[in-house]
Design a protein around this ligand. Structure first.
Ligand code: APR
Length: 264
């Protein structure tokens, strides 16, 4: 098991030009061969067109807090009410959101590729599920689940909001119920399964993720020598050097076209 935790990269490489180290693809479709195994990594950008704000860039702050300041074990110990206020707001926003054409294109792709597609998301919303995707690795957890911060009882479905003056939710053991989210400094979920899929893939596609948070930021570099690596999003990511091809634009506009007739 590789010991790997959720970290924001402190240093970002500057983005010099849209052609830099990779190739701005001029093909309008991505095609797969029968023997391909496809790993897809999605980030906040995939849900942006559904009205869920991304973490970095414009609109990336909540009441002047950076995500790293309200999503950590330290923040939880210091002020669990503030943390629940933040996640209650996120539950409300995500609860009202509907999947966009990017989510639908990914679910269509799963219908074509079956278990040759591995969908790994950093997103904690349930828009991939709502779009019909069946097999999803939620490496950063799920917004509509909670768990005890003390005992080992597993995560349970929970769409409630807990905002002052409401009391903090409690487990029968006396612990406080916390969001089932991988916070900064914690171990992302399903990593064994994710690394196995990375090591098997022949095509790696990252969509709508800034490449600023580990361990996902290193996935492309891990596979780039033997798999085709592709990025889809409106801006080049911080880890752009690991990608062979880029498709620059909003995922909801690009993916339906890129995956049209994906099987050759
Ligand atoms: N289509 C595709 N990509 C988009 C779109 C869009 N319509 N709009 C914005 N983006 C891109 C931005 O260009 C940016 O590169 O989405 C990316 C969002 O980056 P982040 O906000 O950093 O999100 P992400 O990479 O998913 O963050 C990783 O960090 O805060 C933690 O746990 C949190 O899962 C999150 C992790």
């Amino acid at each position: 098991m590789e010991i790997i935790r959720l970290y924001a990269l402190l240093v970002r490489r500057p983005i010099e030009s849209s052609r830099g180290a990779g190739v701005l693809s001029d093909s309008s479709m991505i095609t797969f061969k029968l023997e391909d195994r496809v790993f897809i990594l999605t980030g906040a950008g995939v849900s942006a067109e559904s009205g869920i704000p991304t973490f970095r860039g414009a609109g990336g702050l909540w009441r002047n807090y950076r995500i790293e300041e309200v999503a950590s074990p330290y923040a939880w110990r210091r002020d669990p009410r503030l943390v629940w206020e933040f996640y209650s707001m996120r539950r409300r926003v995500a609860g009202a959101a509907k999947p966009n054409p990017a989510h639908l294109a990914l679910s269509d792709l799963e219908a074509q590729l079956g278990d040759r597609l591995f969908l790994c998301t950093q997103n904690v919303d349930n828009l991939h599920e709502q779009a019909g995707s069946k097999r999803i690795a939620h490496m950063h957890g799920e917004l509509f689940k909670s768990r005890c911060d003390r005992c080992s009882s597993g995560p349970f479905p929970d769409a409630a909001t807990y905002e002052p003056p409401a009391e903090l939710p409690r487990c029968a053991c006396g612990g406080i119920v916390r969001p089932h989210i991988c916070w900064f400094g914690e171990m992302p979920y399903q990593m064994d399964e994710i690394f196995q899929a990375l090591d098997r893939c022949t095509v790696f596609i990252a969509i709508g993720t800034s490449g600023a948070v580990e361990p996902a930021a290193s996935f492309a570099a891990r596979v780039t020598r033997r798999a085709k690596t592709i990025y889809v999003g409106p801006e080049e990511p911080a880890n752009r050097g690991a990608f062979a091809d880029w498709y620059l634009g909003p995922a909801g506009e690009l993916l339906p076209e890129l995956f049209q007739g994906a099987m050759t």
